[in-house]
Design a protein around this ligand. Structure first.
Ligand code: ZN
Length: 174
């Protein structure tokens, strides 16, 4: 398998709604572990498959609170309670910090890395991370929570940054 790399806006896979997988195999386990390594290398606390260029409905979250990484396959929010609005950043939208309204508590069902059914009740940062990663799997980004003028402004900035980053890379190659 090709080594995974971080995808940033406006790469198309970030806008794809990913489908559930039928069976959890060694392949998915390998992808999840590589995603964890990529997430750690980039300093994130969560990473959805499309952020790593992978077309599968799964994500990893590690709040670095001593509980270790959580791998969730075919995640689905089955219960939401309360609302809370906080600032969020995203590895795929570098530099942007955006106010996002989320449910305060969620219950997420899915499969673990062994393919066994799991049900996780989350609040606080974990609830926020779950909703953020599931948004990714549905092709949704934090910029979509902005109203239009602010969204267009940040999109043009992101595209400019990306162009400059590409230029720098080419220079490095030379
Ligand atoms: Zn993100």
């Amino acid at each position: 398998m090709q080594k995974l790399s971080l995808k940033t806006y406006p790469e198309k896979i970030l806008r794809e709604k990913l489908k559930n997988i039928n069976k959890v195999t060694e392949k998915e386990r390998k992808i999840l572990k590589e995603m964890l390594a990529l997430m750690q290398a980039t300093g994130g606390i969560g990473l959805a498959a499309n952020q790593a260029g992978v077309d599968k409905r799964l994500f990893v979250v590690d709040l670095q609170d001593g509980y270790g990484p959580l791998f969730v396959i075919n995640p689905k929010i089955v219960k939401k309670e309360g609302t809370v609005e906080t600032q969020e950043g995203c590895l795929s939208v570098p530099g942007a910090v955006i106010k996002v309204k989320r449910a305060e508590r969620v219950v997420v069902e899915g499969l673990n890395i062994e393919g066994e059914p799991i049900k996780i009740e989350a609040d606080g940062l974990l609830a926020k991370a779950f909703q953020h990663e599931i948004d990714h799997l549905n092709g949704k980004l934090i910029i979509d929570y902005l109203k239009l003028p602010a969204k267009l402004k940040i999109i043009s900035q992101l595209k400019k940054n990306k162009k400059n980053a590409a230029k720098i890379d080419i220079n490095k190659e030379l």
